[in-house]
Design a protein around this ligand. Structure first.
Ligand code: MG
Length: 323
């Protein structure tokens, strides 16, 4: 069973019992309505050995990453984060000092994003794990994965593959430039960008598991197909150079490698110019069309005009350590 099949199997027979629920399982956040506002909620766990090693990052960085990766799901709805919950399983090898530093990282993110720590849980177990829950607000209808329409452009923010290539090079015990190390250690949820994009986009998702699986999610949930033009995926020059030296396939890293925490969204071609004009008043981060939604239900990419099937992306149940 892959991750989605397991979730479907486990959650069968759980009806939505409240009529203010708009979205339950199956998007980046759940969504419900309170008065005139929309509330969103997401939760995610990081387990030592599977999602991080203490050698990779400082405790403070692990705390910051844990918060930002959850905020990325809030951003992908076009919402603003408000409340934070933190639950820990602490093993015997983790010191109170290390945990103090972890919370320093969490606190700095609460200060930066004006979040209130609302609660959580602390318990003991065999493996260190950090579970974060974040609630957010949106005054307008959040953007879902399933709203794409035939002919919409597929667009991404920022550059793709930075974090994955950085990790692969570090795993080979080679040095990487500070800017790339920063992309891996300090992901930044695109909250400000998303709040502008949300006014124009038909569907949106954050890129946590590589562009192939995110494009597949939008296409399958919108009942459409997708074609990605591999030659237009925005790629940092540093990533190209580093990958060449280290013998890494950049396209493979962009397709299947996670952790860039950029956004992928779809938008009607006639709205794109208007979005760009407003977007660039708010952000320096690029927005680049990389493909198109099509009626035929196929998930493909074009490389040098040759068509190939989009890879399935990273499956958390098939291997250890996310690339
Ligand atoms: Mg997500």
């Amino acid at each position: 069973m892959n991750e989605i099949e397991l979730i479907d199997y486990l959650t069968e027979g759980f009806p939505i019992r409240h009529n203010n629920v708009i979205k339950g399982i199956g998007d980046d956040c759940s969504v419900w309505k309170e008065d005139d506002e929309y509330r969103v909620f997401t939760t995610d766990s990081m387990v030592e050995g599977d999602h991080f090693l203490k050698d990779w990052f400082t405790a403070e960085e692990i705390g910051m990453r844990a918060v930002e990766t959850n905020l990325s799901d809030i951003a992908s709805m076009g919402a603003i984060p408000t409340f934070l919950y933190v639950s820990l399983i602490i093993d015997d090898r983790t010191s109170p000092e290390w945990l103090g530093d972890l919370y320093k990282g969490i606190r700095s993110k609460c200060d930066e994003h004006k979040l209130t720590l609302m609660g959580g849980n602390v318990t003991h177990g065999k493996t260190l794990s950090i579970t974060i829950g974040v609630q957010g607000d949106s005054k307008s209808m959040p953007v879902y994965r399933n709203g794409a329409r035939e002919g919409d452009l597929v667009v991404v923010t920022g550059t793709i593959g930075d974090a994955c290539v950085a990790r692969m090079v570090l795993n080979k015990k080679k040095q990487i430039p500070d800017a790339l190390k920063d992309r891996l250690a300090h992901p930044r949820a695109r909250i400000r960008e998303a709040s502008v994009i949300a006014k124009f986009a038909s569907a949106m998702i954050d890129i946590s598991d590589g562009i192939a699986s995110e494009a597949r999610h939008i296409a399958s949930q919108s009942n459409l197909g997708v074609v990605i033009d591999a030659d237009s995926i925005p790629t940092r020059m540093q990533v190209k150079e580093l990958a060449l030296i280290a013998g890494i396939d950049v396209l493979e890293a962009q397709m299947r490698g996670g952790e860039d925490y950029e956004l992928m969204f779809t938008i009607s071609p006639d709205k794109f110019e208007e979005l760009k004009n407003e977007y660039h008043l708010h952000s320096q981060i690029g927005i680049t069309p990389i493909g198109k939604m099509i009626a035929e239900k196929k998930y493909v990419y074009l490389k040098n005009s040759v068509e190939a099937t989009l890879p399935k992306g990273f499956d958390h149940f098939s291997s250890n350590i996310n690339l």
